[in-house]
Design a protein around this ligand. Structure first.
Ligand code: CAO
Length: 434
């Protein structure tokens, strides 16, 4: 791990569910020593959520907590507070995404944390920033709705729609990871830590930036690239745009041969490829026809353009269409199902889809690090079992003796899961520190 970009950085990871864990997983992939603190005998709630195999850590948990070590610790007990304080002293970054005020209620306000370690960087995810909703608990879809994504996703005649991409949770985790690394760089110069806060609503709105662009354009007239133009109605706010492109080039998802639910290809009509398009679909007469030849002429009848294209794409599979269109530099992309993505050899080859072995669940597929650094490669290591590294962390990071560990356990500051696992599972435990 010594050559990794973040090696030497120690992260006290108080995160749970999805938003926080995605952030600390990225830091771990870049080489930080991420110590995940979990409630004794309970752990991150996702360990038990959406379980596919009884009594085994769920894929929800395993896929968000790679390359971390797990300690079970209760900072609400007197001995637990002592240990947690020592960990704050030894760590560079503390990250949490509890409901507002939870860490303060444990006795660790930002002021107290700074007092313990003025160099520490404290990152947190909350649903909302300061304002009327600052005390609310928030999950993914709530953030998508509150951040502008749901009102602008879906079709004009349908309800607001959430998206499958976890832009509220994983999107905010990404924002936070950037904030933490930036704060670490700032600490190099200032010697001081700082607080980094990311609100899920803000993160989603940031990803909906172009929709706020459109909101302001709307006051100058209809949004001519939206499917509502020219026949539909525009109200006072940005409407749902179906599959229309969010940029300046018209695009749409058209059906392909096969008739399956994912037999579609997304196609874009740039002015410079109009000729290639018309030749490909056998409508050469429209190349120079003034009714069709310019973007302005096509704009009011984009639906007819895509209908013509679809007549052709219906004669090809999405992969055949890809080959033909890419050869002519026509921007397009197949609608890929998760099954197709899981089986795609190029994603396996470049480490984006990875198979990982786990001592109690066996092999499973996961998404590896999508950020590739040339001098800091990522090896995806399975997620830790609950409390797997409790003793190791107390010994190696805090210098605890066996007696001190036993005392902490007797005081119920730390859990005894590691022992429980050994009793319950005949599978030999992996080496600590994996
Ligand atoms: N030892 C003892 N207690 C612990 C502990 C530990 N190691 N770790 C956590 N706890 C306690 C907390 O102190 C808290 O107790 P109090 O309420 O008494 O202060 C309690 O566990 C539960 O924490 P929580 O309120 O954060 O958890 P929840 O399940 O009720 O809410 C969530 C979950 C996600 C809605 C909430 O944490 C939240 O809004 N977080 C911020 C936004 C966020 O990240 N959302 C993304 C979630 S993923 O979709």
């Amino acid at each position: 791990m010594t050559d990794k970009a973040l090696s030497g950085i120690r992260v006290l990871d108080m995160t749970h569910v999805q938003s926080g864990p995605t952030c600390t997983q990225l830091l771990a992939w870049f080489g930080a020593d991420v110590i995940k603190v979990e409630r004794p005998h309970v752990g991150d709630a996702t360990r038990g959520q959406l379980r596919d195999i009884p009594d085994v850590d769920s894929l929800y948990f395993t896929m968000l907590n790679h390359n971390k070590r797990s300690i079970t610790l209760n900072p609400k007990t007197p001995k637990g507070k002592e240990i947690f304080t020592r960990l704050i002293e030894e760590c560079d970054v503390l990250v949490e995404n509890f409901a507002p005020g939870a860490l303060d209620r444990m006795g660790f306000s930002w002021e107290r944390i700074q007092e313990i370690n003025p160099r520490i960087i404290y990152g947190s995810v909350k649903g909302f920033g300061p304002g009327p909703y600052q005390d609310c608990k928030v999950y993914e879809n709530v953030a998508q709705c509150a951040g502008g994504s749901a009102s602008t996703t879906g079709f004009d005649d349908g309800p607001p729609m959430v998206t499958g991409a976890q832009i509220g949770d994983s999107g905010t985790g990404l924002h936070l990871a950037l904030g933490l690394v930036t704060a670490l760089m700032h600490r190099e110069r200032s010697g001081k830590g700082q607080r980094v806060e990311c609100a899920m609503q803000d993160g989603v709105l940031n990803l909906c930036r172009v929709k706020l662009r459109d909101q302001q354009r709307l006051s100058q007239g209809p949004l001519r690239e939206y499917p509502q133009f020219p026949h539909g109605e525009f109200g006072e706010s940005v409407p749902r745009a179906g599959n229309a492109s969010g940029g300046g080039q018209p695009g749409w998802a058209v059906k392909t041969k096969g008739g399956g639910i994912d037999d579609y290809i997304y196609v874009i009509i740039q002015p410079q490829v109009w000729e290639a398009w018309m030749k490909t679909i056998g409508r050469e007469e429209l190349i120079s026809d003034p009714e069709w030849a310019t973007p302005e002429a096509r704009l009011p009848k984009l639906d007819q353009c895509f209908a013509m294209i679809e007549e052709w794409t219906l004669t090809k599979t999405k992969f055949e269409a890809m080959d033909i269109l890419n050869a002519q530099n026509i921007p397009c992309g197949p609608i890929l199902s998760l099954q197709e993505l899981a089986e795609e050899p190029s994603l396996r080859d470049n480490g984006t889809v990875v198979e990982v072995d786990h001592p109690t669940r066996g092999p499973y597929l996961t998404v590896g690090n999508p950020i590739k650094l040339s001098a800091s490669s990522t090896e995806v290591v399975r997620s830790p079992l609950l409390g797997e590294h409790t003793d190791e962390i107390l010994r190696d990071v805090l210098g605890f003796s066996d007696n001190a560990i036993a005392e902490a356990r007797a005081a119920e500051a730390i859990g005894s899961e590691h022992k429980l696992h050994e009793d319950e599972h005949p599978v030999p435990m992996p080496e600590a520190g994996a």
